[in-house]
Ligand binder design. Structure first.
Ligand SMILES: [Zn+2]
Length: 120
């Protein structure tokens, strides 16, 4: 089951809530681009793993909502199109970036070009 709810991080009304199982619900906000789940609470294995594997900027941007859930910026991969992620130096200086993937054939061999485009 999925539905739009109010984001507990930014207050947007475009937060997609999905019930994955009886115990697990995820939320992905299309307003702020952050995500959380009922498994992402302070000190949980999921959050510990995220702290171990995420870049410093993602750790800086972690947000705890009033219900104790930890929100992190989403990294979205669009197959054959590119990916969206946060880029910056710290919590006060960051922005969303779109890494667009261009695939094309040149003569007989296949070439791959990646261009970084500023997310607006
Ligand atoms: Zn939000």
């Amino acid at each position: 089951m999925e539905q739009l709810v109010i984001c507990k991080r930014c207050g947007s009304n475009a937060c997609l809530e999905q019930q994955i199982s009886e115990e697990v619900t995820t939320q992905f906000c299309m307003g702020c681009g952050f995500t959380t789940s009922t498994l992402m609470t302070e000190g949980s294995d999921v959050v510990k793993s995220a702290l171990d594997t995420s870049p410093e900027l993602y750790k800086d941007l972690m947000h705890k909502d009033t219900q104790g859930n930890i929100w992190m910026p989403s990294t979205i991969t669009l197959p054959n199109k590119g990916m969206v992620f946060v880029d910056g130096t710290n919590k006060g200086s960051w922005e969303w970036q779109l890494l667009k993937l261009f695939l094309y054939r040149k003569e007989t061999r296949r070439c791959l070009t990646i261009r970084l485009i500023r997310w607006i």
